[in-house]
Design a protein around this ligand. Structure first.
Ligand code: ZN
Length: 357
């Protein structure tokens, strides 16, 4: 599901980079009230939005969830729960269970990462319960590392090989991240949020990424995806069947990748992809491989913000307590602010309700 629940919203397409963006209806600038929303900008290219950008925006309904009551002692880590404090209901993610120790990563900066029993929250939830945030689906951010390249980047939406035999010992295609907050210069992926474009805050680099792509090929492919992390390079390998009549999709994430040094990735080039050398022999020299829909997303990474009190950490949750966090890390009010939650404050688990138009 989306990383945050939102009320009524508007969807627009950036007139500069054509990236789709969902904006909370309350954040949209108006002619009579341009401030304080003058910082509302495209997450992808940094273009500042004006009231006129929203004239043709389509309206989206508010998210709706259903709540299933459950004995709080049967809850699992990572579930979305309905929880009450100060007479208000909230939807939060359950990350700390009774008996867990909550601490802060001593190696992190002034927005320290939150650890549960010594592990990063996002690593504890991964990969099945990790919420994802879109980073980029811009084909122009992908570059072949070889010159001349045996890959051809289409001006529309895909990469293809000129000759499948060429790519059996193939070159890497790397994702080069461009920071919209720094005039599009190369930079690491930051923990920016589509819904928070008007929130002034410190951004931090993220290193738990996902790649989605679709492949069409006359022959079976071994696909390698390399990821950069501060702890070292990681390599995801998968075998895709021949699919000349349609596309086969691939989802790769850093947690399903094994440690592997000397990959062509770095903080600013965090993902690379190639067809591995042991791909099965193609029958003809004219066989084509096409890669479509290259899309980068990131995990939600859980940190304290600068205004949070860090003096209470570390602490251990009692047998009646849990620790809940919101996926909208910059602005969520959760256990970072109100402390541990008593289990009796949890009404049940939340499930997003699919809405039809
Ligand atoms: Zn844009």
């Amino acid at each position: 599901m989306a990383p945050t629940l939102i009320g009524s919203a508007r969807q627009i397409v950036c007139s500069h980079c054509e990236h789709p963006l969902t904006v909370d209806a309350d954040s949209i600038p108006t002619d009579s009230m341009p401030a304080p929303n003058s910082t509302l900008a495209c997450l992808h290219c940094g273009k500042r939005f004006m009231p006129s950008d929203f004239e043709n925006a389509s309206a989206l309904p508010a998210d709706v969830v259903t709540v299933t009551t459950i004995d709080p002692r049967q809850l699992s880590r990572g579930e979305l729960v309905a929880v009450t404090w100060e007479d208000q209901q909230h939807v939060k993610r359950l990350v700390g269970l009774p008996g867990d120790t909550v601490s802060l990563d001593p190696a992190s900066d002034d927005r320290p990462r939150i650890l549960i029993n010594g592990q990063r929250v996002e690593d504890l939830l991964a990969p099945t319960q990790s919420p994802r945030v879109d980073v980029s689906s811009d084909l122009m951010r992908w570059h072949s590392l070889a010159l001349p390249s045996s890959w051809l980047r289409s001006t529309s939406n895909h990469w293809s090989s000129k000759n499948a035999l060429d790519i059996r010992e193939s070159e890497w295609i790397v994702y080069r991240h461009q920071d919209p907050h720094n005039a599009g210069r190369d930079g690491p992926v930051l923990d920016d949020y589509p819904m928070n474009t008007s929130v002034r805050r410190k951004l931090s680099p993220v290193d738990r990424l996902w790649l989605d792509a679709s492949f069409r090929s006359d022959f079976a492919l071994n696909v390698q995806v390399a990821f950069w992390t501060p702890e070292g390079h990681r390599l995801h390998e998968s075998h895709l069947p021949a699919s000349s009549s349609g596309f086969t999709t691939l989802t790769a994430c850093v947690w399903d990748a094994a440690a592997s040094e000397n990959q062509p990735v770095s903080a600013n080039l965090p993902i690379a992809i190639r067809i591995a050398g042991d791909t099965e022999t193609s029958d003809t020299e004219t066989s084509e491989v096409t890669i479509e829909g290259l899309s980068v997303s990131r995990s939600v990474e859980y940190r304290l913000n600068r205004h949070h009190d860090r003096s209470r950490y570390p602490f251990t949750l009692s047998e009646n307590e849990c620790f809940v966090l919101g996926d909208n890390v910059p602005i969520s009010v959760d256990s970072r602010t109100v402390g541990p939650i008593h289990l009796r404050s949890i009404q049940g688990t939340c499930h997003p309700l699919a809405l039809t138009e």
